[in-house]
Structure formats: structure tokens, C-alpha cells
Design a protein around this ligand. Structure first.
Ligand code: FEO
Length: 403
């Protein structure tokens, strides 16, 4: 059964959602599923913008055929080659063999690597570059190169007739679409923002500079609709979401707030982290978040670090090194180039605490991050003699968010 939606004049949503996949990229848990968005413009010429993951290919192809309504496909525009959007290219070309590929020069070698059997079609591709215009009849499409957002070949397509920006992964989010395909039909801030931030931070987060370059280009376009490759489509309140992207891509916090991220083998470090959170609350800090890194997925912890201004790390020493979940988080924060945060540390080590030194070194590798001098060292449990130490840490941490 087809499931298509008109999103603008002559412009159909033909994507599909997957609610069975456990982990996106076999890495990031997606309990709310994920959508693979694709769009079809039906004009004098027809143009399909990107395809879909193989897991939803049957639904996707049925949707596309329905929206074509017996018409042939003239163009397959490839904005992004990652297989969650490109996996069905070969199948599309088999079903609509007259379709001409439209892509930029960086896409061609990727196409040949993924789809060697389609070499002839790839050689016949219409290559476009920044600002080129492709007329479909009444719709005029122009192309905006977006290299390294988050792959090198990424481009965006702007329909100058409907003012729809087909934004590739930019402005995407985890989460299946549940009938409502527009962001204004759901409570995005309540139900989607956390996953949108997690998607951005983990998938695109490393490439903030490149995202900033695209945001500057986008500011010059009269965009009325943003149609990403994942998640809801934006046709209202675009500025709110663009503002989130502006903060995230400059590695600026959304909230002047505290997140406490701890690893704990036997509950002693957890106890200190919880006690600190209570002391912060006593000092008037609101909306404190506390996560056990052995329970909270690293991708969620990363997203919390993109959200909050102050990050407290608490971890035991392990094999003379750093407790593994904390190590994984700090590796990821460095890879994603997290910047502009304040950190505080609680370390634990029964006979030779090393985790504080190691966490401090890792924080020191992050750009423009401040490490508070006040640090608590545990040798197992938090003892009454250390109450003053923890109180001093709470004072210092609270001051970072209370100006
Ligand atoms: Fe959703 Fe970079 O692919």
C-alpha cells in the first residue's frame, strides 16, 4: 500500500520509515526508529531526489511508482551517496531505465564504487556545480554544494519555484515518521529535539565549520520549506530550528546548565555524583542531568555535552587507566571537536587514582574548554571528611551556570 504526501506544488514525499532497525549505522540506538525521506517532483519532467535504505525499498519503490502515476522518471538527483539514501539507486535505474543521474563530480567515483554494474548510466550523468539550474518545466532547481556535511559529495537542491530546500542530512533527525510528516504537526521541542540534537552531534557534529558555511549560503535563499533526508519537514518556524543548528555548529551550548556523567563499578563514584547533583540543587541549579555511562548510550551522552554548558565527569581508575565507558565518551568528544565548555572532575582510585589526571589530559585536548581547579579525589567511598571537598566542587560548578 502506497504512503505518499504532497509537501508542495507537484512535490511528493515518497520516503518510508523503519521501526525495526535497532541501531542506525549499526552504532546508534534508535528506539523511535528512523525515516528515509525521498521526494519526487512531477512537472513536464519528473525528478526523484535521492532514494532510500534497502530496508524500506519495497515501500519506497511502491510510493515512487504511485506518485509517478504511470509517468516515466526523467532525473534521479543524488544529493548524498551514503547508503541509507543511495542503496536503492540501482533498483531505481532498473525500474526507470530512461532516468538520467544528476549529481556533482565528487559523486561519480562513489557511484562507480558502489554500483559498478551501472557504469554506463553513471558516465551519462548530468554533472552540476554550485548555482547551476535544471529546469523541469515550471520548476527550476538550483544546486548548493555542501562538502563534508558530512560526506564530501553532499549537495543541497533548492526548488526556486516552490522555495523548497532539499537539505540532505542537514536538519535531519532520528525517529520514524508516524503519519505526521511536518514538524508543525508534532510537538518537536518535546518529542523530537533530543533525537535531532543526538543525530546532529553524532553524525554531523565534527563538521560544524562546514555546516556554518552552508547556513551562510542558505541565508541567501528565500527558503519556505526544508525537506531533509530524515525526520519531519519544516514549513513553519524555520528560524527556531536554524537557530539550533547555528548553536550546534558553533559548538555553543543551548543551555546554561549542568550535566553530570559518571562511570561507576560498585556505586561509590555514582554516590558522589548523585551527592554533587543534590548539592547543586541546594545551590539553586535547575534542570541538572545525571547519566551513568554504563547505561546511557555514548551517543546520548555526546548529545548532552552538545546541549549543556558545564560538564562534570566522574570516573574510577581502571587498569591504571580510565574506566572504559568514560574513555569512549572522551574519545568521541575529541573526534566531534566539542568546544566551549566548562568541565569539572571527580576521580576515584582505591590505591593509585589516575582517572583525574587522564580525564584532565583529555579535556585539555578539547578547544576552548575550561577545567575547574577544584577536583574531588575518592579512594573508594565518599567519606564524611570529604563533605567539604564536594561542597567546594558544588560551589565552583554552580558558579559556572549562575554567572
Ligand atoms: Fe542519512 Fe549521511 O546519511
Amino acid at each position: 500500500m502506497h504512503c505518499t504526501h504532497l509537501i508542495a506544488a507537484d512535490t511528493w514525499y515518497v520516503g518510508a520509515s523503519d521501526r525495526r532497525l535497532a541501531k542506525f549505522e549499526n552504532l546508534f540506538p534508535i528506539s523511535r526508529g528512523v525515516s528515509y525521506n525521498s521526494y519526487l517532483i512531477v512537472d513536464e519532467k519528473t525528478a526523484l531526489l535521492d532514494t532510500a535504505d534497502s530496508s524500506v525499498s519495497a515501500q519506497y519503490l511502491e510510493n515512487t511508482a504511485h506518485a509517478l502515476n504511470g509517468r516515466g522518471l526523467d532525473y534521479l538527483i543524488i544529493n548524498h551517496m551514503e547508503p541509507d539514501h543511495a542503496a536503492t539507486i540501482a533498483e531505481v535505474l532498473l525500474r526507470w531505465p530512461q532516468a538520467q543521474i544528476v549529481c556533482n563530480a565528487k559523486t561519480v567515483p562513489m557511484l562507480k564504487n558502489y554500483f559498478p554494474a551501472a557504469a554506463e548510466k553513471i558516465d551519462a550523468a548530468l554533472l552540476v556545480k554550485e548555482g547551476d539550474v535544471l529546469s523541469l518545466g515550471s520548476h527550476e532547481l538550483t544546486f548548493v554544494m555542501a562538502p563534508m556535511v558530512h560526506w564530501p559529495e553532499v549537495m543541497l537542491t533548492f526548488d526556486k519555484t516552490t522555495n523548497v530546500l532539499f537539505s540532505a542530512d542537514a536538519f535531519g533527525t532520528f525517529g520514524a515518521l508516524n503519519g505526521n510528516i511536518f514538524a508543525d504537526e508534532v510537538d518537536f521541542a518535546r518529542d523530537w529535539l533530543d533525537d535531532a540534537r543526538r543525530y546532529y552531534a553524532n553524525i554531523v557534529g565534527k563538521y560544524g565549520t562546514q555546516v556554518q558555511a552552508v547556513l551562510k549560503k542558505a541565508a541567501g535563499l528565500p527558503i519556505q520549506v526544508i525537506a531533509p533526508l530524515h525526520g519531519p519537514i519544516w514549513r513553519e518556524n524555520l528560524g527556531w530550528f536554524l537557530g539550533k543548528y547555528d548553536l550546534w555548529s558553533r559548538w555553543q551550548p543551548e543551555d546554561q546548565g549542568v550535566v553530570v556523567l559518571y562511570g561507576s563499578m560498585y556505586g561509590n563514584t555514582a554516590g558522589a555524583a548523585s551527592a554533587l547533583a543534590g548539592l547543586l540543587a541546594d545551590r539553586g541549579v535547575k534542570n541538572i542531568a545525571v547519566h551513568d555511562l554504563s547505561v546511557t548510550d555514548t551517543s546520548e551522552a555526546v548529545a548532552e555535552c552538545f546541549r549543556a554548558s558545564t560538564i562534570v565527569l566522574a570516573a574510577p581508575t581502571y587498569n591504571g587507566g580510565l574506566y572504559l565507558p568514560m574513555n569512549a565518551l572522551l574519545e568521541d568528544l575529541k573526534a566531534l571537536s566539542l568546544q566551549n565548555r566548562t568541565f569539572a572532575l571527580i576521580e576515584n582510585g582505591s590505591w593509585a587514582p589516575m582517572s583525574g589526571k587522564l580525564m584532565a589530559e583529555r579535556v585539555g585536548e578539547l578547544k576552548n574548554c575550561t577545567l575547574l581547579d577544584t577536583r574531588v579525589t575518592l579512594r573508594g567511598a565518599l567519606t564524611p571528611a570529604q563533605d567539604a571537598d564536594l561542597a567546594a566542587l558544588a560551589d565552583a560548578v554552580a558558579a559556572t551556570v549562575q554567572g
